[in-house]
Design a protein around this ligand. Structure first.
Ligand SMILES: Cc1cc2nc3c(=O)[nH]c(=O)nc-3n(C[C@H](O)[C@H](O)[C@H](O)COP(=O)(O)OP(=O)(O)OC[C@H]3O[C@@H](n4cnc5c(N)ncnc54)[C@H](O)[C@@H]3O)c2cc1C
Length: 237
C-alpha cells in the first residue's frame, strides 16, 4: 500500500499565511491526499525569530487537530536554531515533536546542506530515543547516504528519501542527473528490501515507477511525498 502526501508550503509559499496552508491541506484532504505543512525559509539567526517560528509550528499543529485535518508538518533545523546553537535547536525541535506526539501527529525533519548533515542525523537519533513520531530526510545525491540509511534502518528510523536540493561538491555528492537517479534507485531497493517506515519524495516518473515495481516484489507500507501542484496527474486511487 502506498499513500501520497503533498508538501504544502506557502511562506507557508511566498508571503501567504498559515491559514492558507491549512486551507490547501483541506483541499488536498478532499482529494483523499494528506498534507505536509512546512514553513519556507532557513538559517534564522535571531533567538527571538526562532522562538516565533516554534510558536507558529505549535499553532499549526493545534489548528490541524482542531480542524480535523489530515496533515503532518515538516521543519528545517536551521529554522529552529541550528545555526545558533545545537542544544537550543534540540530543545526547540523536541518541544514541537512533544506537542505533535500529544496530538497524535508526526514531524519530518528536512535535510539541509551538507554542513548540517551529521548534526541533523545525531539530533534525529537523540529525538528518536525518546519519541517515535519523527522522521528525517536523506538525500540520494550524497555519497554517504547508503551508510546513513543502513544505520537508520538498524535503529528503526523513519526515512524520507529525496534527491537533494543544495549545491554540493563532487567529493561528497553525485553530480549528474544519471548518477543521482542511479543512487536513488539503489537506495530505493535498500529501503524496499530492508526498510520499515519510509517515504519517497520525488516527482521523477522513472523513480516513481521503480518504487511501484519494487513494491510489487517487496510489498511495503510506504508513502509518496510530492509538492502540491507538481504531479496532480498521478491518480490517488
Ligand atoms: C515532499 C518533499 C520533501 C523534500 N524534502 C527535501 C529535503 O528535506 N532536503 C532536500 O535537500 N530536498 C528535499 N526535497 C527536494 C528534492 O531533494 C528535489 O530537489 C526535488 O524534489 C526535485 O527532484 P525530483 O526528485 O522531483 O526530480 P527532478 O528530476 O528534479 O524532477 C522531475 C520532474 O518533476 C518536475 N519538478 C520537480 N520539481 C519541480 C518544481 N519545484 N516545480 C515544478 N516542477 C518540478 C519537473 O517536471 C521535473 O522534470 C523535497 C522534495 C519533496 C517533494
Amino acid at each position: 500500500m502506498s499513500e501520497i502526501l503533498l508538501r504544502l508550503s506557502k511562506q507557508w509559499i511566498a508571503g501567504q499565511t498559515a491559514d492558507d496552508a491549512i486551507r490547501m491541506a483541506k483541499l488536498a484532504n478532499a482529494r483523499n491526499i494528506r498534507g505536509i505543512i512546512n514553513k519556507l525559509g532557513e538559517h534564522i539567526e535571531l533567538e527571538k525569530e526562532v522562538q516565533a517560528t516554534v510558536k507558529e509550528y505549535l499553532n499549526i499543529l493545534r489548528r490541524i487537530e482542531r480542524d480535523k485535518i489530515q496533515s503532518c508538518i515538516s521543519v528545517k533545523l536551521t529554522q529552529l536554531g541550528l545555526s545558533i546553537n545545537d542544544s537550543f535547536c534540540y530543545a526547540n525541535v523536541e518541544h514541537i515533536v512533544q506537542e505533535a506526539e500529544a496530538l497524535g501527529n508526526f514531524v519530518w525533519i528536512d535535510m539541509e546542506s551538507s554542513q548540517y548533515t551529521q548534526t541533523t542525523i545525531d539530533l534525529y537519533f537523540s529525538l528518536l530515543n525518546k519519541h517515535k513520531n519523527v522522521g528525517v530526510a536523506i538525500q540520494a545525491y550524497l555519497r554517504r547516504s547508503e551508510d546513513d540509511i543502513r544505520n537508520l534502518i538498524l535503529k528503526n528510523g523513519k526515512i524520507r528519501l529525496c534527491k537533494g536540493a543544495y549545491r554540493e561538491s563532487a567529493k561528497i555528492a553525485f553530480k549528474t542527473k544519471q548518477e543521482i537517479s542511479s543512487n536513488f534507485a539503489k537506495l530505493l531497493k535498500l529501503l524496499f528490501m530492508e526498510g520499515k517506515e519510509f517515504a519517497i519524495a520525488t516527482h521523477d516518473n522513472d523513480l516513481i515507477n521503480e518504487a511501484l515495481e519494487l513494491n510489487r516484489i517487496y510489498p511495503k507500507d510506504f508513502e509518496f511525498q510530492m509538492l502540491m501542484g507538481i504531479r496532480d496527474d498521478l491518480n490517488r486511487s
